[in-house]
Design a binder for this molecule. Structure first.
Ligand code: NDP
Length: 485
């Protein structure tokens, strides 16, 4: 792979690229062709130590800078990311296989939004003054210390920025471990932050598998862990963090409902279902993979859906006309194909797709099943691929109960022209990130995260500041101290 944005080594520590080829090699496979395009090396214990020591050493001076000074660096990094959006998008496509049509508008741009937004907030992270007669209390919003970020493979640039930007705005330092599947993009985030003036050691990136993540999470110097990943990994990481009484943010999986009432605008609902199932080839945690359609409009909805899904352009992700890319890995492709077979075997009606595409790389056709019932495997488990389940329903009460009958609670959407019903239904759905007549919008200004098994804490918005800082309260006595003796 020769590309201007290709990182020059495996790790980024203390303000510079660091290589250590004694770590386990991690091949980087381009999902569209199956070819190895480069490799990185997993962090050895010595590399993990260097990263943690740098983060620890850099943190207090970073926290002592004014918020405005910290914010200026983050905003400068946002500008650089936007200037280099094309190169960074190509790199994101190499890392993940997602089409350039998507990466040009959803990855470095989203990362830049986070850097700009939290850079803007950094100067106004203030406490409160609480008057108590003559005495008073003041509060200070302080950094937590050293934070660890651990990313999933679907949005490597965005996840590094969604975690790094609020952490750094609050005066923390970070060691970030990308998924071994997509190791490249977070290195560029580190490089750009340092080019923008970030002091060495404040944001570090190390590569590796779960073992490296585990070493970071259990280190006593670490004060907070923010993970984006699956529920099983989340449970392990949360438990390990609890052992050291560390703060956590857990952004985990979902099996989210999207409810379409019979008065909905069908084309908008179909558009929402497409965005909520086939963007990034379905590899999105908040996807509305259980599409509940009210019985009266079911066949009309399915016909329009099949017609529009037929317009997907599958092919070379670097061609900007391509709107549908491959699965991130061969393994993920096989997992998803296994779910498709289960859907067929358990009696769901295949509307379109249902096969591996006849071309190189890990492509699966966009797949829609209808007549899906609540007990089918494809309606219960997170698939993380382009497989939409359409279920039908009669009444509002019934659909709300069925939508909530899951261990997950990340997102939920409702399509209807009746706004009273829309707000009532959303009010009754157990989910953290919800949509009315839309699906999967994720602006940095809005809190993002799940309830139930889908997670703990929120990313983005002012909520993320609360999740990367803590409050110190100070009682100030103006008079004499009374004591019993
Ligand atoms: P995984 O849970 O497999 O891995 C997530 C990250 O955790 C990876 O970097 C992984 O390393 C690391 N890891 C694995 N085991 C441990 C451990 N014991 N200790 C510390 N770190 C560990 O998720 P995927 O990468 O497969 O991503 C897909 C999942 O992520 C889906 O379930 C999806 O729903 C969820 N997700 C959630 C989002 C959200 O915001 N709610 C957004 C995007 C995805 P490695 O991969 O190198 O083994």
């Amino acid at each position: 792979m020769t590309h201007p944005a290709k990182p020059t080594a495996s790790h980024f520590i203390n303000g510079a690229y660091v290589e250590d080829t004694s770590g386990t090699p991690i091949p980087v496979i381009y999902a569209a062709t199956g070819e190895e395009i480069t490799k990185v090396y997993a962090a050895t214990p010595a590399i993990v130590e260097q990263a943690l020591a740098s983060a620890k050493a850099a943190q207090s001076a970073w926290a002592k800078m004014t918020g405005t000074e910290r914010g200026r660096i983050l905003r400068r990094a946002a500008d650089i990311m936007r200037e280099r959006n094309h190169d960074l998008s190509v790199l994101e496509t190499y890392d993940t296989g997602k089409p350039l049509q998507e990466t040009l508008v959803a990855d470095a741009t989203s990362g830049a939004d986070a850097l700009e937004y939290f850079g803007g907030l950094a100067g106004s992270l203030t406490g409160e003054h609480i008057p108590l007669g003559e005495d008073w209390v003041y509060t200070v919003r302080e950094a937590l210390g050293v934070c660890v970020g651990i990313g999933a493979w679907n949005y490597p640039t965005q996840i590094a920025c969604w975690k790094g930007a609020p952490a750094l705005a609050c005066g923390n330092s970070m060691v970030f471990k990308p998924s071994e599947t997509t190791p490249l993009c977070a290195l560029k985030v580190a490089e750009i932050l340092h080019e923008a003036g970030l002091p060495a050691g404040v944001f570090n990136v190390v590569q590796g598998m779960g073992e490296v993540g585990g070493a970071l999470v259990t280190d006593p110097r670490v004060d907070k862990v923010s993970l984006t990943g699956s529920v099983p990994t989340g449970k392990k990481v949360y438990a390990a963090a609890a052992e050291g009484m560390k703060h956590v943010t857990m952004e985990l999986g979902g099996k989210s409902p999207m409810i379409v009432f019979d008065d909905a605008d069908i084309d908008n609902a179909v558009g929402g279902a497409i965005n909520g199932n086939f963007y990034s080839s379905g590899q999105v945690c908040s996807n509305g993979t259980r599409v509940f359609v009210q019985k009266g409009i079911k066949e009309k909805f399915l016909a329009r859906l099949a017609e529009r899904v037929g317009n997907a352009v599958m092919g070379d992700p670097m061609d900007e006309a391509t709107s549908f890319g491959p699965m991130v890995t061969k393994n993920q492709m096989n997992i998803v194909l296994g779910y498709i077979e289960k859907g067929k075997a358990e009696g769901a009606r295949l509307i379109c797709g249902g096969n591996r595409a006849d071309q190189s790389g890990w492509f699966i056709e966009p797949t829609v099943f209808a007549d899906v019932t609540d007990d089918m495997t494809i309606a219960r488990e997170e698939i993380f691929g382009p497989v939409m389940s359409v279920l039908d329903f009669d009444t509002e009460e019934e659909v709300v109960a069925r939508a909530n009958d899951t261990e997950f609670g990340l997102s939920a959407g409702v399509f209807t022209k009746d706004f009273t019903r829309a707000h009532r239904v959303i009010g009754n759905l157990e989910a953290g990130s919800c949509f009315i007549n839309s699906y999967n919008d994720a602006p940095v200004e809005a809190p993002f995260g799940g309830v139930k098994a889908s997670g703990v804490g929120r990313e983005n918005s002012k909520e993320a500041i609360k999740n990367f800082s803590q409050v110190k309260s100070v009682y100030v006595r103006m008079g004499d101290v009374e004591a019993a003796f």
